[in-house]
Every structure is written in structure tokens, then in C-alpha cells.
Design a protein around this ligand. Structure first.
Ligand code: F6P
Length: 341
């Protein structure tokens, strides 16, 4: 069999570990051969490929990013996109595709599988917000990066008696904020699932200073104020219609300083959370996903995604991954609220 592999959407620590596992088991155990498609769905759409054999995946296990490149290209939005992909796969002699990606990439995979193409999905996102899998690789690394930053910010916040705001990724789901805030001992955690009340946030800030400590606030980029409390600017849209976020940290910096009189500063972690070497946990999860994905392809399965349920890797319909986002349940958020202020 000849199998195509692509990585789409935002990159994520552990992508290379998946690619390596797919290729190593596929070649060494099943005797299949591979073709790498460059830059997400742009590769099969435009027929841009690269060699993907065992030498190509040597040494990539600890490397961040993706050797295949990535993009947010949406072929469904391109006139004749599905047909072009079908023709390019046929021209490369590809029998099946392994698509490694998040909500958007797997949404396209779901549509292509419905059109009769052989596609197996591997869930990926640092946001950990895909349904049907308990965890996605990349999340643990992103949380660790944020916790390292929070640990460092505590000492400078104390020295300068400032409120420090750490803006982390998480467009729709606050998992990174919740976990890094809990692990880093944040005094306030703000997530998209629970619109915040700025007066309450300022009360927590004042309370913390009154105890002679400096507050650390962890805020997900998608966190929003409760309706009618504070105005926010709208951002641009990408090819999948997502708003380009960023800026809530800055808004909070200004509002907290103006409302409490305490000096406030923001740190936006941004893409630092996605770059660099994956944690051991993410390497293991990504490797197991890759091994199970190639098993699925070898067995002729299609329209499925590998997923972590408990400690087992299972197969679920691709559509289950994208049906609904896995948001932070409010009772999980309430656990963290005990430590606010
Ligand atoms: O979906 C992963 C993610 O890292 C989000 O947390 C973030 O909102 C988005 O990607 C940023 O994407 P871009 O790479 O386009 O800036």
C-alpha cells in the first residue's frame, strides 16, 4: 500500500513523533511505503509532496514542529477542491491518507471520507478541546511551558508589587489556562466557558495585595467579559472562519490598573506554547496514536480517528471528533475557584 501523511492546522509538539511512529511501523512491520504531503491540505490540493521513508524520520522524535509543514488551507472552500485532491492522490498512487490535525483538519478529513476517500485521522491540538479523546498530545507541553512562565512571574510580581496577567492560548476552551493556573498557583483563572465579571476580578486582585502578596492572573485568549460589562475589539477571520484573537491580556492590564490603582502588566505567551520539544507524556501519546493509526490503515479501516479513552487507544468515527468541542465543565472550573483571590 502507498500511504500519504499530512499535518494541518496550528503546529503542535508531538507531530513528528506521530509521523515517525506511522512510518516506522508502516515500513518495518507492514512493508507499506509513504509519501509526505506538504503544508496540510495544501499538499494534496496542489500535489506538493516530499519523500517520507525511514531515513526521513530519523532523529525527529524530540523535535517540535512538523517535518511536513502545516497550513490552515481549507480545500472544501476551494472550487473543485475535493476533485483536485482525489486526482492528486491518484497521481501519486496513494491508497490511503493519515491526516493529523485538529477540529478543522479532521473536519475536512470527515468530508473526504464521506466522498469515499480512505482517511484515518489523528487528533492534535495543544488546546485539548477535541471531543472523543480524553487528551490530545501537545497539551501537556503547552501547559508545562505556561507553568514555567508562571513560576518565574511569581517572583518578579512579588518584587515589584504588581498584578501580572499571563495570556495563554485557548480560543474556545480554557484547558490550558485551567491546568497551568492550577499547577502554577494562579490567583485568578479566566476561561472562555465562563464570562468574567471585571469587578469580581478586581476584588480578587485587591484581596491578594491586602494579604501582602502579588496576584498572578492566567487568562485564556478567548476569555470574554460578561455581557454588557466591558467592550472588546473584533479580530480578523482565517480560512476556517476563526477569529484571530489576542488582546484580552492587554485589556485586563489597563482595566485592572485603572480600577484598582495597582500597577498591572501582561505577558502573552503566544506561540512559545506550541514550539519546541514535546514532554515525555506527549511523545508517548503521539507515538501510540501513530502506531494505532497505521494499524487502522493497514486493516483497511477508514473514516475513523484514533483516540485516548482512559489509558487505551481506541478508534472512533471521525465525525465524533468534530461533532462538538470538549469544553471545561463549570464544576471543574469551580474546583480552581477555591484558590482565587
Ligand atoms: O488551535 C491551536 C491554537 O494554538 C489556538 O490555541 C490558537 O488560538 C491558534 O491555534 C492560533 O493560531 P495561529 O497559528 O493561526 O496563530
Amino acid at each position: 500500500m502507498r500511504i500519504g501523511v499530512l499535518t494541518g492546522g496550528g503546529d503542535c509538539p508531538g507531530l513528528n513523533a506521530v509521523i515517525r511512529a506511522v512510518v516506522r511501523k508502516g515500513v518495518e512491520v507492514y512493508k507499506h511505503d509513504f509519501v509526505g504531503f506538504r503544508d496540510g491540505w495544501k499538499g494534496p490540493l496542489e500535489g506538493v509532496t516530499m519523500t517520507l521513508d525511514v531515513p526521513a524520520v530519523r532523529g525527529i522524535l524530540p523535535r517540535g514542529g512538523t517535518i511536513l509543514g502545516s497550513s490552515r488551507t481549507n480545500p472544501i472552500k476551494v472550487e473543485g477542491g475535493v476533485e483536485r485532491i482525489r486526482d492528486n492522490l491518484a497521481a501519486s498512487g496513494v491508497d490511503a491518507l493519515v491526516a493529523i490535525g485538529g477540529e478543522d483538519t479532521l473536519g475536512v478529513a470527515t468530508a473526504l471520507a464521506a466522498e469515499g476517500l480512505n482517511v484515518v485521522g489523528v487528533p492534535k491540538t495543544i488546546d485539548n478541546d477535541l471531543g472523543a479523546t480524553d487528551y490530545t498530545f501537545g497539551f501537556d507541553t503547552a501547559v508545562q511551558v505556561a507553568v514555567d512562565a508562571i513560576d518565574r512571574l511569581h517572583t518578579t510580581a512579588e518584587s515589584h508589587h504588581r498584578a501580572l496577567i499571563v495570556e495563554v492560548m485557548g480560543r474556545h476552551a480554557g484547558w490550558i489556562a485551567l491546568h497551568s493556573g492550577l499547577a502554577g498557583g494562579a490567583n485568578v483563572i479566566l476561561i472562555p466557558e465562563r464570562p468574567f465579571d471585571i469587578d469580581q476580578v478586581c476584588d480578587y486582585v485587591k484581596q491578594r495585595f491586602e494579604q501582602h502578596y502579588a496576584p498572578i492572573l492566567v487568562v485564556a485568549e478567548g476569555a470574554t467579559p460578561a455581557k454588557g460589562t466591558m467592550a472588546l475589539q473584533a479580530g480578523e477571520l482565517d480560512a476556517f472562519g476563526h477569529v484571530r484573537l489576542g488582546g484580552i491580556g492587554q485589556v485586563l492590564e489597563r482595566e485592572i490598573e485603572a480600577r484598582t490603582g495597582y500597577e498591572s502588566r501582561q505577558t502573552v505567551l503566544g506561540h512559545v506554547q506550541r514550539g519546541g520539544t514535546p514532554t515525555a507524556y506527549d511523545r508517548v501519546l503521539a507515538t501510540r496514536f501513530g502506531l494505532h493509526a497505521i494499524d487502522a490503515v493497514h486493516e483497511g479501516d477508514s473514516g475513523v480517528m484514533v483516540a485516548l479513552q482512559g489509558t487505551e487507544i481506541v478508534r472512533v468515527p471521525l465525525s465524533a471528533a468534530t461533532r462538538e468541542l470538549k469544553l471545561v465543565p463549570l464544576e471543574r472550573y469551580a474546583e480552581a475557584e477555591v484558590f482565587f483571590g
